[in-house]
Design a protein around this ligand. Structure first.
Ligand code: ADP
Ligand code: MG
Length: 731
């Protein structure tokens, strides 16, 4: 049941910061409890014998399958560890294609053959489980193949204990597949893309260092979010149903004064952040930085980077924790990309790089850039990779909610381009102009070595770029705050893997042709060609400007402003081939994933449209009518008192303005309902999504204008929905 705005405001008056329960050892010494709820190295060493420990470690490192016997031993150790921590249940934890994470809890408790109560956790239960799959989206995969969905243990991401209230559950990270192995989640494609990239990168790395035998992908995300008071949230049906405000007059003071960024953090929020960070640290999520963001009531949290698979799991877990921890602080966390119109939305920057078993970050110029042709190779190949299918990268961040950021005059634009900064631009220009001769290799590397420390140089960072080089990594800035990082990371890995395979072939071909030439000159020659070819994707200017839109069009770059348009890139011939060649998804799986994305869009647009209709009928019109009635009563009283009618011109005008807005809103509402019904009759999911986007959504925007007018016109006492200023500034 939603409550009234005035009730909510009363509640807030009496709020005080939540007293966080003290930890033992104290929570400020993070190293003393960091990872205490994770079945990590330390726990494994304690609960497994030496032999099993080494086998598990080897399997994790090589990504190979564990034998039944070892799985049995690990399960027993995990159970003992979890029980010592107070866990009574276990769950396979997975990431279905929509929604955030899912888990099905089973107890360790069972009855043995003789009916005696025992606690049991077998290797089989660790390795595989069958959740009630029918409630998760499968884009027709499960009807085509086999009705059931299965989860299977991913040993490369450590098991952990989730504390929910007083209950503790051992959670096992898993992939989610159909009986015949088709992917129903984000994790399996990510793992496959990582292997694909690794296999392509190792031979290149070996050119420079024979000792390289492993290449991993690293991800450091930055998570933005809004916080609002729980009572205000509960008084807004649109926040409850859709995660964003569908109507609401913007506050006179938005983010214009710019006094929140790095400003002091309100006490209640500070208490929430500390509490959240402690929960993260217990689960081994290495969060480090926190600060205010651009929007009022908006904040950011970022960890140290990790292996991409673990980083993705940690981000999924974080979003879950954020919501759980907020409850005891009587706050609600808004992860929607655009909860409030007129203020900055929330994103999730994905800092991406690759590193080797020899400890080298492949996108870092390193301490001796004069010798670093390897860095240049990975750097230029990344640009080529994005250039080769930027539309697919754009598709991975398309969602009904992220549409309010990308292409909606907010960072970053929907046109994918790559920013590298003027120093690297100079280097690439020199390569492009050079002859790629032996002497040239020396000159270029010399130039690179003269660049002052790129990693520390943040001065020319371009905040409007969707894909930017930031000294020792590339940063995907298009990802929505609510999204799973896995999709953009999967596609980036695939594109890079494919590109590196091409690179190896191209360099080998040049070497064959120039029998006497060195590999370094061949590399430079190929890089030179790539720099020329991929030039269209590079842009250093203002991504918001109108000129860029025109210029990008000339360059042949897409500007897919909405989800239905952007998603089409998933099923282009190029993308299908890439997914198939890399082994990440078969064409059938890809089509199914595409369908799920479309269905998700349709479902959410439908919910938004219906919720808006309800808001208008149940909140906006009643407020308008109530105020009109009082105005009319006032006019009648004035007349009785003998006041000339012309003295009531203002009352009359207000009544008429409210009527006009209400009538327009009502007409548009009827039209919107009709369009919604028509959309559902479309022949395909793609056509239905397009109809929602092109027919329903514009009407929603028009309705909002009238609703916001009415909010402005009516007596504050008649307006039952919390106002923007209250949601953003009251903590
Ligand atoms: P910004 O200026 O974009 O806010 P920050 O310094 O706050 O940058 O964030 C940098 C992010 O980049 C952190 O999440 C960090 O973990 C991540 N990062 C740093 N080095 C790497 C790397 N080699 N691979 C992946 N991510 C990295
Ligand atoms: Mg960033």
């Amino acid at each position: 049941m939603s409550q009234s705005r005035f009730n909510a405001l009363d509640n807030i008056q009496n709020r005080s910061p939540y007293d966080i329960e003290p930890l033992d050892p104290p929570s400020h010494v993070i190293s003393s409890f960091y990872g205490c709820n994770v079945f990590n190295e330390k726990a494994m060493r304690k609960y497994l014998n030496e032999e099993s420990y080494l086998k598990v470690k080897a399997a994790i490192q090589s990504g190979s399958k564990l034998s039944r016997g070892v799985a049995e031993t690990v399960a027993t150790a995990m159970k003992k560890w979890a029980q010592d921590k107070g866990a009574s249940h276990y769950a396979h934890w997975f990431q279905p294609l929509t929604g955030r994470t899912a888990e099905k809890h089973d107890s360790f408790f069972t009855l043995d053959m003789k009916g005696n109560a025992i606690e049991e956790f077998k290797g089989d239960a660790l390795a595989q489980q069958e959740p009630d799959g029918s409630s998760f989206p499968g884009g027709g995969l499960r009807t085509t193949f086999e009705a059931r969905g299965y989860t299977a243990w991913d040993p490369s991401s450590p098991a952990f204990i989730l504390e929910v209230g007083d209950g503790m559950t051992l959670c096992i990270p898993t992939i989610f597949v159909t009986y015949s192995g088709e992917s129903l989640d984000y994790k399996l494609p990510l793992l496959k893309s990582q292997s694909y990239l690794e296999a392509a990168a190792i031979p290149i790395c070996k050119w420079f260092d024979k000792k390289v035998s492993k290449v991993g992908v690293t991800l450091g995300w930055e998570q933005e979010y809004f916080l609002v008071d729980e009572a205000l949230f509960n008084a807004r049906p649109d926040l409850m149903m859709c995660g964003r405000t569908l109507i609401g007059k913007t506050a006179p003071k938005g983010q214009q004064l710019d006094d929140h960024y790095f400003g002091s953090i309100p006490e209640r929020v500070y208490s929430y952040m500390r509490d959240l960070e402690t929960e993260c640290h217990k689960l081994g999520i290495p969060v480090r930085t926190r600060h205010n963001e651009v929007g009022p009531g908006q904040y950011e949290l970022a960890p140290m980077f990790e292996d991409v698979n673990v980083a993705v799991d940690h981000n999924q877990l974080l979003m879950d924790l954020m919501e759980r921890v907020a409850v005891r602080h009587k706050l609600k966390v808004l992860l929607h990309e655009k909860p409030f119109s007129g203020v900055n939305g929330s994103g999730k920057h994905n800092n991406w790089s690759m590193s080797t078993n020899t400890g080298v970050n492949l996108l870092s110029p390193g301490s001796d850039p004069g010798k670093n042709l390897r860095f240049l190779s990975f750097f230029v190949n990344t640009i080529m990779a994005v250039y080769s299918n930027a539309d697919l990268l754009r598709a991975t961040v398309a969602s009904f909610s992220n549409d309010h950021r990308l292409g909606a005059n907010e960072a970053p634009p929907a046109i994918v381009s790559v920013f590298i900064g003027d120093k690297m631009t100079n280097v690439l220009n020199a390569i492009e102009k050079g002859k790629a001769s032996k002497a040239d290799v020396k000159d270029i590397l010399n130039l690179l070595s003269k660049i002052p420390d790129l990693e520390k140089d943040n001065t020319d960072r371009n905040r409007t770029s969707p894909f930017a080089f930031t000294g020792n990594k590339f940063e995907v800035r298009m990802v929505g705050s609510n999204q799973n990082c896995a999709q953009p990371m999967t596609v980036l890995n695939m594109l890079m893997g494919q590109q590196l395979l091409n690179f190896e072939n191209d360099v080998t071909a040049v070497m064959k042709k120039n029998k006497k030439g060195s590999r370094d000159t061949a590399i430079l020659k190929v890089l030179k060609a790539y720099i020329k070819k991929s030039k269209a994707i590079r842009f250093e200017g203002d991504g918001y400007s109108e000129e860029w839109k025109k210029e990008a069009k000339k360059r042949g770059l897409s500007n897919n402003l909405n989800t239905p348009a952007a998603l089409e890139a998933y099923v282009s011939e190029d993308s299908k081939k890439l997914y198939a060649d890399s082994g990440v998804l078969t064409e059938v799986e890809l089509e199914a994933h595409y369908d799920v994305m479309l269905e998700n869009y349709i479902l959410n647009m439908d919910i938004e449209s219906q919720t808006l209709q309800e808001l208008c009928l149940n909140y906006v019109i009643p407020a308008g009518v109530a105020y009109q009635t009082r105005l009319a009563q006032n006019m009648a009283a004035m007349k009785t008192a003998g006041i000339p009618a012309k003295e009531c011109a203002m009352q009359k005008e207000l009544i008429l303005r409210i009527s006009k807005a209400m009538n327009s809103m009502n007409d548009l509402g009827k039209k919107m309902t009709k369009e919604r019904h028509t959309a559902h009759k479309a022949k395909s999911a793609a056509a239905c999504a397009k109809a929602f986007c092109n027919k329903v959504k514009p009407l929603m925007d028009k309705i909002r204008v009238h609703a916001d007018d009415i909010e402005m016109l009516v007596d504050d006492q008649d307006w039952q929905l919390p106002k923007y200023r209250e949601m953003m500034f009251l903590k």
